[in-house]
Design a protein around this ligand. Structure first.
Ligand code: KG4
Ligand code: ZN
Length: 366
C-alpha cells in the first residue's frame, strides 16, 4: 500500500490531501482565500500567494490530523506544478520540496488539469483510459483523450475565456457576487432558460471553445433591457446583489446608474446563459466521442459541480449510450486529494522529480 500526500496551491485554495493507492481518500483539507478576493470580483494573485504562505502549515497539519497519520507514514509527496498563478504555485512547490527533503521521500510533480480528470477515476474505479476528458474550470476549458500511463492528447481548448471565468463575469454583471458559478447555478432554478436567446460562438477547429462572445451577448442584453450604455461594467444593480456598483481596481470606468433588474429578470438571464454554456460543452463533447469512437467521458474542474451540466450530461449520456463520469463536488473544485490520487500512477511510472524542479504556470496536460 502506498500513501501519498498531495499539495494544491495553483489558485485560491490551499489544499492538502492524503490518499492510499490512488483511490482511498484518508483526508482532504482545504482552506480558501475566496472571501479575501470577493471585494475585487476576481482572484488577486498577490493576495492568493500570501494566503497560501499563511495557511499551508495549518492545512498540512489538518490533513495529517484527519488521516490520523504522522509525516513518517507518508510514502511520497505529490504537488501541483502547474498550470496556475506563478506565485501561488511556488508556495506549494517549495513546501513540497521541504517535506520531500526532510522526510527523504520522492517528489511527484502533477499537472493540475490531469489531476482534475483523475478525480473522476478516483470516484469511479472502473473508469479506465482511454476516455474523453472535459476540463471545465475557472482558468481552463479543454477537451482531450486520456490514454493509459497518464498521457493526454489535446483535442481543443478555449480560445478566450474559460467557461468558469464566463460564469464568474456574468454573475458579477448580474450582481450575484464572486465566485459566480455556484450563484448562477442556484438562481437559475428560478429562471426560464428559454427567455433570452444567446449565441453559440463558432470556432475554426471543431473541438475548440469560445465563451467571450456569449458573455458579451449577455452584457448587450442587460444593456438593452436596463437602458444603459455601460457594457462591460459591473454597474448593474439587481435586487439580488449589492445596490452600489463595486469598483474594479483594474478599470475604474465611469458607469451610468442602471435601473434595477428584477429578481426574475436576473434569474432568466442566468438560466439562459447557463443553458447555452452547458449546451456548448455537451455538443463538443458528444462530437469528440463520435469522432474518436470512445464511449467513456470524464468531466473535471470547478464547473463540473454545476447541477444543470450534470443533469444534461446524464440525459445525453443515456441517450447516446455513453458513460459520463463526474467526481463528487468536493473533488471537482481544487483539492489536494486529486493531486495525491494521480501521484500514485505517476509514481508507479517513475515520474518523480529532483528538488531542482521549477513550477510551470503554463503547463497543459503534461
Ligand atoms: O477548478 P476550480 O476550483 O479552479 C480552477 O482551477 O480554476 O474552478 C473554479 C471555477 C470558478 O469559475 C467557479 O465559478 C466555478 O468553478 N464553479 C461553478 C460551480 N461551482 C464552481 N460554475 C458553475 N456552477 C457551479 N456549481
Ligand atoms: Zn482547478
Amino acid at each position: 500500500m502506498v500513501r501519498i500526500l498531495g499539495i494544491e496551491t495553483s489558485c485560491d485554495e490551499t489544499a492538502v490531501g492524503i490518499v492510499e493507492d490512488g483511490r482511498n481518500i484518508l483526508s482532504n483539507a482545504v482552506s480558501s482565500s475566496l472571501a479575501l478576493h470577493g471585494p475585487y470580483g476576481g482572484v488577486i494573485p498577490e493576495i492568493a500567494a500570501r494566503a497560501h504562505v499563511e495557511t499551508i502549515w495549518d492545512v498540512f497539519a489538518a490533513a495529517l490530523d484527519e488521516a490520523r497519520r504522522s509525516p513518517a507514514e507518508l510514502d511520497a509527496i505529490a504537488v501541483t506544478r502547474g498550470p496556475g498563478l506563478p506565485g501561488a504555485l511556488l508556495i506549494g512547490l517549495a513546501f513540497a520540496k521541504g517535506l520531500a527533503l526532510a522526510l527523504d521521500r520522492p517528489l511527484i510533480p502533477v499537472d493540475h488539469l490531469a489531476a482534475h480528470l483523475y478525480a473522476a477515476q478516483m470516484a469511479v474505479p472502473t473508469l479506465e483510459p482511454p476516455y474523453v476528458g472535459l476540463v471545465v474550470s475557472g482558468g481552463h476549458t479543454l477537451l482531450c483523450v486520456a490514454h493509459g500511463d497518464c498521457r493526454f492528447e489535446l483535442l481543443g481548448e478555449t480560445k478566450d475565456d474559460a467557461v468558469g471565468e464566463a460564469f464568474d463575469k456574468v454573475a458579477k454583471l448580474l450582481g450575484l457576487g464572486y465566485p459566480g458559478g455556484p450563484a448562477i447555478d442556484r438562481i437559475s432554478d428560478e429562471g426560464d432558460a428559454t427567455k433570452v436567446r444567446l449565441p453559440r460562438s463558432q470556432t475554426k477547429r471543431p473541438f475548440d471553445f469560445s465563451f467571450s462572445g456569449l458573455k458579451t451577448a449577455v452584457y448587450h442584453h442587460v444593456e438593452k433591457i436596463a437602458g444603459s450604455t455601460a457594457v462591460g461594467s459591473t454597474a448593474v444593480r439587481s435586487t439580488t446583489g449589492a445596490l452600489s456598483p463595486p469598483v474594479e481596481p483594474s478599470s475604474r470606468r465611469a458607469v451610468e446608474p442602471l435601473r434595477a433588474l428584477s429578481q426574475q429578470e436576473v434569474a432568466d438571464i442566468a438560466a439562459s446563459f447557463q443553458e447555452t454554456a452547458v449546451d456548448i460543452l455537451i455538443t463538443k463533447t458528444l462530437r469528440a466521442c463520435h469522432r474518436t469512437g470512445i464511449k467513456r467521458v470524464a468531466v473535471g474542474g470547478g464547473v463540473a459541480s454545476n447541477r444543470r451540466l450534470r443533469a444534461r450530461f446524464g440525459a445525453e449520456g443515456a441517450a447516446n449510450k455513453l458513460d459520463v463520469i463526474f467526481p463528487p463536488p468536493p473533488l471537482c473544485v481544487d483539492n489536494g486529494a486529486m493531486v495525491a490520487g494521480i501521484g500514485y500512477p505517476l509514481l508507479q511510472k517513475g515520474r518523480v522529480a529532483s528538488l531542482s524542479i521549477t513550477s510551470d504556470s503554463n503547463l497543459c496536460l503534461n
